[in-house]
Design a protein. Structure first.
Length: 531
């Protein structure tokens, strides 16, 4: 519990078990003496409890609620609110090595209108956190995502500084984030994207993040080591000092429940300084009896129509597709197909198209997101694993295009982390997202967002290089000829560098997206989008 002026910010670790139903909210209750409890509610850690009395000692607990009801309270934490103008905490009591944390600062006073600057203390002094140099207050609070690359020492000190305003003086405060430095962080993912078809092969990748990772990984199926996947040595990711992987290829069996559970166990070297012997995690792999070929990739119409394309992300029998192209003036736009269905043969996927509107990326507000009515339909007929026909009707205009997988990188050997999928900033910023196509160690991200007018636009990240689990590339904006209802002229295609982008993956399903786009710098937490 972190004290503020008339408030407490309660940080907690979510329950390991939710009883079979997703947790919908958390409630923190703070009690002093015989007075009634004062409460606050949030969807995740931390919870802010307002209306407390400065100088009084409170004992605070947290409960979790789902559709079944409310669980037992947590252990208590004591806090004494005090008259300080600024408070700082994070969303976790103990950060996992290499994982991002969300910093939360509260500022109290009289009509506060200033901004909060977040910094991290490093060996070279205070360094501003990218995208968090001047975070505006919303109802007295400001937040910032601290990338996982900073969670590599214990403690890690962060600083929040309030700029001050006409009625309130400037103020600053530091916060020591505790980090599990000695322990390994273990996660496991599957490629291709689940659900996978019974009888097909899948590659399981265990990612170990820790200082100087050494040791072995064993993959288990029903408590039995998988043949060829026992005591696998870790392979350090290219240019990494704290990230390593081990992979195992399995033939996926059928399962009555639709879920096949594999277990990955990382074994520390004997006598490791952490005192631990192993870390273990499960992968609940969704399985289907039958299904189409996986067409996940970047698709285009070839060099003769360079500049537009289709990003295809497939989870078993469902695709999430986006057409990125250009309007009548040659400005970038996109149409999204967030669902649909395959034919019985698994060769034709058909679904409705939408062109949503929302607020601009520089000041995104999910309240502005409107999916709108369908603007048409599209069908993709696959003649092979690498060739297809796109047929669409958009705003009454129909056309057919031949498309193919876009080959932009060679196959890579050696340690790798697979991150290809549709990613989003969760329901907190519903409406925009990013498709990450991956071939070998090369990424081709396309960021689907909104321009100053609130209409669809896109940017792409190209080139790029890895530093372990951190990918950095150049951010481009493009223009070209009109696409809908007229012949496409590839010679009109032009790209302009507008900034840079960085994707810092804490594991294969969570990342910190930091960008500078025409002078606007921001940081967002993104995750694989379930569908």
């Amino acid at each position: 519990a972190s004290p503020g002026n008339g408030l407490a910010i309660i940080t907690f670790t979510a329950p390991v078990s939710n009883g079979g139903s997703a947790i919908t909210s958390y409630t923190a209750s703070c009690v002093t003496g015989a007075l009634p409890a004062v409460t606050g509610t949030a969807a995740s850690s931390p919870v802010t409890v307002m209306g407390l009395t400065n100088g009084s000692l409170y004992n605070c607990t947290v409960t979790a609620t789902n559709i079944q009801g409310t669980g037992l309270p947590s252990a208590s934490a004591s806090v004494t609110p005090r008259n300080v103008p600024i408070a700082l905490t994070s969303n976790t009591l103990l950060a996992t090595y290499g994982s991002s944390v969300v910093l939360l600062s509260s500022v109290t006073g009289n009509g506060q209108t200033g901004t909060v600057a977040f910094s991290v203390n490093t060996s070279t002094g205070l360094v501003p956190l990218t995208g968090c140099a001047a975070v505006p207050l919303v109802a007295g609070f400001a937040s910032c995502v601290a990338p996982g690359s900073f969670q590599n020492q214990n403690p890690r000190t962060y600083v929040a500084a309030y700029s001050g305003d006409a009625s309130n003086a400037a103020a600053n405060i530091s916060f020591d984030q505790r980090v599990l430095v000695g322990n390994a962080s273990l996660s496991v993912s599957a490629n291709p994207l689940p659900p996978v078809v019974t009888g097909s092969t899948a590659t399981l990748t265990a990612l170990v993040k820790m200082s100087s990772p050494v040791g072995t990984v064993t993959f288990f199926d029903n408590a039995v080591p998988i043949t060829g996947c026992a005591q696998l040595p870790l392979g350090i990711l290219p240019n990494a000092v704290d990230s390593a992987v081990a992979t195992c290829t399995v033939t996926v069996p059928s399962t009555a429940s639709g879920t096949k559970t594999y277990v990955a166990t990382y074994f520390y070297p004997a006598g490791h300084a952490s005192g631990r012997v192993f870390e273990q995690t499960n992968l609940d792999l969704r399985v289907v009896a039958t299904g189409p070929v996986d067409y996940t990739d970047m698709w285009w119409a070839g060099a003769t129509e360079n500049g537009w394309g289709v990003s295809i992300s497939q989870h078993g029998p469902i695709q999430f597709n986006v057409i990125f192209a250009y309007d009548a003036l040659g400005k970038p736009l996109w149409y999204v197909m967030p669902g649909g269905s395959f034919n019985a043969a698994g060769t034709v996927f058909t679904g409705p198209l939408f062109q949503p509107t929302s607020s601009p990326f520089s000041a995104y507000n999910k309240a502005s997101f409107k999916i709108g009515a369908s603007v048409g339909t599209a069908s993709i007929t696959y003649s092979s694993n690498s060739a297809a026909t796109l047929a669409y009707t958009i705003n009454g205009v129909s056309a057919t295009k031949s498309i193919q997988r876009q080959v932009f990188a060679p196959t890579a050997t050696g340690p790798n982390l697979f991150v290809n999928d549709i990613w989003w900033a969760t329901s907190a910023e519903d409406g925009w997202g990013m498709n990450i196509a991956q071939q070998g160690r090369t990424l081709f991200p396309v960021w689907y967002t909104y321009n100053a007018g609130g209409t669809t636009t896109f940017f792409s990240g190209q080139g790029g290089s890895w530093n372990g689990t951190v990918w950095t590339g150049t951010l481009y904006a493009t223009t070209s000829s009109a696409w809908l209802g007229v012949p496409y002229v590839a010679a009109s295609f032009a790209s302009t560098v507008v900034g840079t982008m960085t994707l810092d993956f804490s594991d294969a399903s969570n990342a910190t997206f930091t960008y500078t786009n025409n002078g606007v710098t921001q940081t967002k937490h993104i995750e694989r989008q379930p569908f």
